[in-house]
Design a protein around this ligand. Structure first.
Ligand code: ARG
Length: 435
């Protein structure tokens, strides 16, 4: 897990896809009616009304691939799949022949469900920023490649949340929606996670001072977009209002979709020893489902592929609630703890952060919601490296993300270096289209 300690802060979000041509929208609607699945390649065939950049290219191919390296990428992925799963050579030869044929004819190919499940697991294994990779094999796939309308993406995302939440015993899951195909982009989820708290810009108290934000400053852009699309914020804006899911179906305007309250498990925070902390009214949601990264595997892009593990406490306690650019709770926590905040050298920030992390771990455990701590996860990550090495694989890791944002040098991951390189299958963050 731990993919994303939020160190990438998108300051320049923009609504990119606002004005797609009408024709594309009409074509996308027709696609609903004509869609799919008489045979395994149906999703790739040209049918009436679908955009077809291939036919106009005059090179004899129905659909040239968008990516000139598609064949090479496909082959290397298929070979990897067969090698790691110890499949017979004859199967590999057959599969490669089929993939080549499909690429020549359709400009793309379709993964089998087993290939896709493997791709998702290996994408996690290759995520250099994630400390939680020991359990990469446990990632379960919800194969929803036939889904591309906003309504259906939203409905399936809600099901994902429920299944992943599992009453608190969190299950690592990925839901994969329709891939990009030549001339036919898949859907996109604009929300960076399925669950996000609104961030409302409020007029500053004094003229000339900076805008203040009620809620999560990381989500000001999403909140603005949701409102522009017609979402009504609660009459009294709160610090932890769950935003609707924002989705961009191919060729359509973005749309918003309210998450049912009972699909979003949340944990109110309290400290085991300091009752004052409960009065701050802090909370966090149980399941981080990353939804703004695309899955790339064998040259195929799945632009909507929300996935989740469970939280490591510091993501919430140190970063989401602690960062000055996020909820900035350390001063309030320190006040409740009676610390002297006038002097940095009292280390009030360090002490407040530690107690906030204690509160997060304590509250999640007490609520029966899976969460891990950074010491445990650090040891597990080194075990993961060892296992990978034993398999003869190099494991990419980015020190600046792997090392936890609290008690860094007290964790073993701090005291060494890693190989940092990029390899697919992997998850890549979309350029943000909201600002
Ligand atoms: N750091 C992000 C957050 O605080 C979540 C990233 C994914 N984390 C995870 N444990 N799978 O919301």
């Amino acid at each position: 897990m731990g993919l994303g300690q939020g160190r990438l802060f998108d300051s320049d979000w923009r609504l990119r896809a606002r004005s797609r041509p009408r024709r594309r929208r009409r074509l996308a609607r027709e696609r609903t009616a004509t869609q799919d699945s008489q045979d395994s390649l149906a999703p790739f065939r040209t049918s009436a009304g679908r955009p077809d950049i291939g036919s106009s290219s005059g090179n004899g191919l129905t659909h040239p691939p968008d990516d000139p390296d598609l064949l090479a990428k496909a082959e290397s992925f298929i070979v990897q799949f067969h090698a790691e799963n110890h499949l017979e050579d004859s199967l590999l030869a057959e599969r490669l022949a089929r993939v080549r044929r499909d690429i020549v004819t359709h400009g793309t190919y379709q993964h089998t469900s087993a290939e896709l499940a493997f791709a998702a697991q290996v994408a996690w294994r290759n995520s250099a920023r994630c400390i939680g990779r020991l359990y990469w094999r446990s990632l379960r796939l919800r194969d929803r490649r036939h889904v591309f309308t906003a309504e259906q993406v939203a409905a399936e995302s809600v099901l994902h949340l429920r299944e992943a939440t599992n009453g608190g015993r969190i299950r690592p899951l990925i839901t994969v929606f329709a891939p990009d195909a030549p001339g036919r982009p898949g859907p996109r989820i604009l929300s960076s996670q399925l669950v996000r708290y609104a961030g409302y810009e409020a007029a500053p108290a004094e003229a000339g001072s900076r805008l203040t934000v009620i809620g999560d400053p990381a989500n000001v852009g999403l909140t603005r977009l949701a409102r522009r699309l017609g979402w009504r914020a609660p009459a009294e804006p709160g610090r932890f209002d769950v935003l609707p899911l924002l989705i961009q179906a191919p060729g359509a305007e973005p749309s918003w979709h309210e998450l049912p309250a009972d699909a979003v498990l949340q944990v109110p925070l309290r400290h085991p020893d300091h009752s004052g902390i409960e009065e701050l009214g802090l909370r966090w949601y149980a399941v981080p489902v990353i939804s703004d990264m695309r899955l790339e595997a064998g040259g195929v892009t799945y632009p909507a592929a929300p996935f989740n593990g469970w939280y490591m406490g510091t993501e919430i306690g140190s970063r989401d609630l602690g960062d000055v650019g996020r909820y900035n709770e350390l001063p309030r926590i320190a006040a409740r703890l009676g610390l002297n905040t006038a002097d940095d050298r009292t280390l009030w920030k360090d002490r407040a952060m530690t107690e906030l992390n204690v509160a997060v771990l304590h509250s999640f455990s007490a609520a029966g919601v899976t969460i891990t701590d950074h010491h445990t996860e650090s040891a597990r990550f080194l075990k993961h490296l060892e296992l990978e090495e034993r398999q003869g694989r190099r494991c990419p890791a980015d020190w600046t993300w792997i090392v936890p944002p609290a008690a860094s040098s007290a964790t073993a991951v701090f005291h060494r270096y890693y190989d940092h390189f990029d390899q697919t299958p992997n998850f890549y963050r979309h350029q943000s289209s909201v600002s």
